[in-house]
Design a protein around this ligand. Sequence first.
Ligand code: AMP
Length: 707
Amino acid sequence: MAKSKNLEDQDLPGFEALPTQDRVETNSQNKKKKSSGGFQSMGFSFQVLKGITKRGYKQPTPIQRKTIPLALDGKDVVAMARTGSGKTACFVLPILEKLIAPTNKPMPGKNLRALILSPTRELALQTLKFVRELGKFTGLTSAAILGGESIEQQFSIMSGAVPDIVVATPGRFLHICIEMNFKLDNIKMMVFDEADRLFELGFGEQLREIVARLPTSRQTLLFSATMPKMLVEFARAGLTDPMLIRLDVDWKLPSTLWLGWISVRAELKTAALLLLLDKVLSPRTPQAVVFVATKHHVEYLNLILQQAGITSTYAYSGLDPTARKIALGRFINKKCSVLIVTDVAARGLDLPALDTVINYNFPATPKLFVHRVGRSARAGRAGRAFSLVAAEDVAHLLDLHLFLGAELLLPTQVKEKGDLCPSGVWGAMPTGALELRHQDIVAWERNHSEIEEAVRTCSRGWQQYIKWRESASSEANKRAKCTPAPVHTHPYLDDTSDGANDLVERIKNYTPNKGTILELDVKNDSPMYMAMKAKKKAHGKAVQQTRENKKLMAEGKLLDINLNNISKKKKKEVKRDENYIPHQASDEHTEAGMAGRKMIRTESGGRVPASFRSGRYDEWRKRNAPDQRDNDDTEDNASRGSGNAPKPVSEFRPRWVKHNERVAKKKAEASPKEFRNKQQIVKERLRKEKLKQKLKFKSKHKKKKRK
Ligand code: AMP
């Protein structure tokens, strides 16, 4: 693989890297680590572990296994990981764990203890969801501060009972800090998520400004898919002796190994295997190993391959050692093209270097996958591993990708076809050819009682196997439900020429632009034709213009269709009544115009847009002053007043917190001083009486149950 221009593939100067053996783990070392590598052994407290289990995580992903212990240890970390590797939990879990520690008790009015900066609203919201789900049992509060949302609501979030954790986009967060003179001196943990994108989107200045406001004692975690120079410098300045963590997939899979994922319906797997073998077996790559789930599959497939005229041999663990040796000998001596094996049998076989591995049945665990395909592409040789993926395997496929830290590509994301197709694509089988091959198999099964019997045993064996197969993580199962199987043919198997594809594409995009349905096959003097003619005369140009604008918008050359000047009529000013709530944020234009605005210097020496100190917070505070509960102990504390702050809109409050609040409110209401008239006193007595009876009834009910 060519070295990238940025610093991805090198040790980063100024960073402490993990010891080499940690990066290039051998299988045996890995084994040792695995047995103690679960979330339980990481030292999480019960509340956090409960959140992890509830979210459906069984095992930590490789990046989690490397990052979490360091983060829990209080180290600053720079981790090179991208979305899909499980990176979010790498910082969310340590944050939760640290914030519930008794040593990290929140200070009154200075609740904000962890800040996560994300480049986009979508990512921030997704992260907030993780924080809330994983932290469900911690009682910690969290909120999002995002650009494009009402700043006034955010004033309210940040001025009441400030949440423990804030996920924010940098521009808006800094804006809030400056407007509100919000202090960040109780921040314990700071996370830069997708830091390379933060810089790409031009948040550099804001990030530096935010860092300058943080206490030096904080712990900083930085996650980035790439490590451009600018980011290295930023990390070196903002982090203390950071540990660099990279996900080296190499120890698991050779880089010369090509992976292909073939989506197919379970009942068509055999047909798919035959098609795949037709394509794969060639004078250059004459042999392949096929992995199956049970010995019944071995026997069944062996019969099928015989029918298909493909020479094969097989091994399973029940076979006596001599038979196995003979079978293997035939394959090693190139007397046959295919070796069909189960995992158990393969363990004891000393297979030669292989060109092609096919997973007929998807391996139950990532480890098994690595074992199987690791037989290919040895010692720098190129190799290929195909896996047939039925609907029931999708969750395992997703888990495997987490484990590998690899990306699943869809056929539409790659251009190259056939042998040039890149590794990692998940595509479908060509349906026409698949159906034809399936017809052959159905006929063989019908005409040969031996095969018919094998099919029956095979399906019984499969039912047993499925019962015992290690299930995928429940998170992956959830994701699998909303991951549609690819419909496009896998580019490796796609033989249709570009010309044919172009034609299909053109047919798909064809729209008759001459005439509407009303004008088809009608005479020139028919009323429908005349009506359309009149319509075109009146609106033809406008319609044409709208079409062109839509096209431009689709290409991204035009931002808003309303920008066109088809209708130059001025819109009547509508007078809104005072209760009208606009669907855009009131500060939408302020936000949009932020770029290129006048800048001001801050105390830390940085530059921020002048609009960040617009006085909007002061105005808001004046309006909301009587209702403000302000527990900030900064110098302007007194001026903020106190009382009941409006509830932060997106602040997370667990059910029990709400319950306690309700009880406290009721208690306060029940205070005898507040009942000023007779009616109120009577009402209260009745309420108490009712409550007493309720309790009595409950305790009776309980006693009965116990009996
Ligand atoms: P991320 O890279 O953080 O966006 O995570 C990608 C997906 O993997 C998310 O749907 C996570 O919920 C899921 N995930 C993260 N860690 C694990 C784990 N240890 N086990 C199973 N799924 C996980």
